[in-house]
Unconditional design. Structure first.
Length: 239
């Protein structure tokens, strides 16, 4: 792996890095919206749904209709807020369990995660940092498409998970400093963060991490100036 120091931790973004942006925007989000009305009708007063309902501001948690309208508004504006992410994770859990949802990882991702994680004492720890909740991250990696129509569970290969609740916003340097501080035995320069988002890559580098831009089909095009300032990879096989 060509880098200043061989990474001991690889920190992975999800959307646009390990799976297509279209899976989140065109599959997961619509599934949550389509499943929500029936869930509200059948589970509004149940103990299992209460924590998700009560996490919403009171004015939006007063009635099923108010909550549904608020969720539709937030998702139409792609607002990333913890209580919405938690609810989405709850709705997706049923979809994954039924087989209706399965995460289509890019072909190079699962083999490389296995390679990193199986290296014995010299292996690399693989961790996740996404704006989706930790619960949603675990669901995704527990139900990945193995490429042959089957399902693969990669959670046993992942060492930790970070989101905007336990780490902070992904475009802020302090978030990466907070993540690295959880593992003081690993110098910050021996972390490698991979993301399709230029601002996230820059924040990680400001914190002292190595960080590369991942260019995938469907991602926003990169400016030449961005290519000049950052290393760009199109496959984990390049690492």
């Amino acid at each position: 792996m060509a880098a200043a120091h061989k990474p001991r931790v690889v920190l992975l973004d999800i959307e646009g890095t390990v799976c297509p942006i279209s899976f989140v925007k065109d599959v997961l989000f619509p599934y949550a919206l389509s499943a929500l009305p029936a869930t509200l009708a059948s589970e509004w007063s149940t103990p299992q749904f209460a924590p998700y309902r009560d996490a919403f501001p009171p004015e939006h948690a007063a009635t099923p209709e108010a909550l549904l309208a608020h969720v539709r508004d937030l998702m139409s504006r792609d607002v990333k807020i913890a209580y919405l992410k938690s609810l989405q994770g709850y709705l997706w859990e049923a979809g994954y369990a039924s087989g209706a949802l399965k995460a289509p990882l890019f072909p190079d991702v699962a083999p490389k995660i296995r390679d990193w994680a199986s290296g014995g004492p010299e292996g690399v720890r693989v961790m996740i940092y996404s704006s989706g909740s930790v619960a949603a991250q675990k669901l995704l990696f527990r139900h990945t498409d193995d490429g042959s129509g089957g399902q693969a569970d990669l959670t046993g290969l992942l060492s930790d998970y970070f989101d905007t609740v336990n780490a902070g916003p992904k475009t802020e340097r302090s978030s990466y400093e907070r993540i690295a501080a959880k593992y003081p035995e690993v110098p910050v320069g021996e972390w490698l963060f991979l993301s399709d988002n230029v601002r996230e890559v820059e924040a990680a580098k400001e914190a002292g991490m190595q960080s590369y831009i991942v260019e995938r089909p469907g991602n926003a095009p990169l400016a030449e100036e961005e290519r000049a300032r950052h290393r760009v990879v199109t496959s984990f096989e390049e690492l």
